[in-house]
Design a protein around this ligand. Structure first.
Ligand code: CO8
Length: 259
């Protein structure tokens, strides 16, 4: 499929989606966000794909935010419409049935930081900078930054970052739990691929249920404990469960098929 603002590539069962507006520091316009959603849908039911990496083109930015030029003249209705449409794609990422890793290769600001937080895991390069600078524009985050930042770093630090608009470096993001780990820029994509390679050897349905159960914790309409029990029980009815336990007993590696 041809996209205007992203690049996609599949290698070793991993789909890499690269935000491709390097001159604009990969600022997120509405179409770019929609294209991420479309690219994800192409692999949802593809059993050969074990995971997804989201990254930015170039070595300066993952994404420096939502495209300020796109929404600078918007009124209330247009602003809300943009936030709702984009928010649905961010939710899709968070709830995706395969692991999504943000490989954060530079600035991840505003909507860019929010996009990393919608991903399941964030790996940062040493030059990465995170921040929610919307207050500098007289705005607040519109892609759930006020919610997901609290989930990742806690209320006090989230309020500080959201109200000061301060940028933090990769090490500080790691210390706060925003970044899972920090590696050199050269090691960024290899590290993300290695992690997805490891996850890809596990039972895909179990991975899907891990994602769903953890998400249930943060969903006010669900009880996470009940969701886990339901997901746990459902896995007993799968070929992967039979294969996993049989392989253990036969002292060999399991060959999961995602059924
Ligand atoms: N939107 C549009 N263009 C951008 C953005 C952006 N967020 N960030 C950078 N660019 C563009 C610049 O305008 C510039 O373009 P040009 O060469 O045509 O003038 C180009 O990218 C390079 O940027 P700089 O020259 O500014 O590069 P510097 O190295 O000097 O500075 C910074 C890098 C510090 C990252 C700087 O570009 C910056 O501060 N960018 C804006 C950061 C920001 O405020 N982000 C938050 C945006 S608001 C947001 O994300 C709200 C999310 C919720 C929206 C919900 C829907 C409504």
């Amino acid at each position: 499929m041809a996209y205007q603002f992203i690049l996609t590539a599949v290698e070793d069962g991993i789909l890499t989606i690269t935000l491709n507006r390097e001159k604009q520091l990969n600022a997120l316009n509405a179409q770019l966000i929609q294209e991420i959603g479309e690219a994800l849908e192409t692999v949802r039911n593809d059993k050969t794909i074990k995971g997804i990496i989201l990254t930015g083109s170039g070595s300066k930015a993952f994404a420096a935010g939502a495209d300020i030029k796109e929404f600078s003249n918007f009124d209330i209705e247009e602003g809300e419409k943009l936030a709702i449409a984009g928010g649905k794609i961010f939710d899709k990422i968070e709830q995706f049935n395969k692991p999504v890793i943000a490989a954060v290769n530079g600035f991840a600001l505003g909507g860019g930081c929010e996009l990393t937080m919608a991903c399941h895991i964030r790996i940062a390069s040493e030059n990465a900078r995170f921040g929610q600078p919307e207050v500098n524009l007289g705005l607040i985050p519109g892609y759930a930054g006020t919610q997901r930042l609290v989930q990742l770093v806690g209320k006090g630090k989230a309020l500080e970052l959201l109200m000061t608009g301060d940028m933090i470096d990769a090490q500080e993001a790691h210390r706060l739990g925003l970044a899972n780990n920090v590696v050199s820029l050269e090691e960024l994509l290899p590290t993300a691929r290695k992690m997805l390679g490891k996850i890809g050897k596990k039972g895909p349905l179990a991975i899907e249920k891990v994602i769903d159960s953890v998400n249930a914790h943060f969903d006010k309409k669900r009880n996470g404990f009940e969701a886990e029990i339901e997901n746990f029980g459902a896995l007993f009815n799968t070929k992967d469960f039979t294969e996993g336990t049989t392989a253990f007993m036969e002292k060999r590696k399991a060959n999961f098929i995602g059924e």
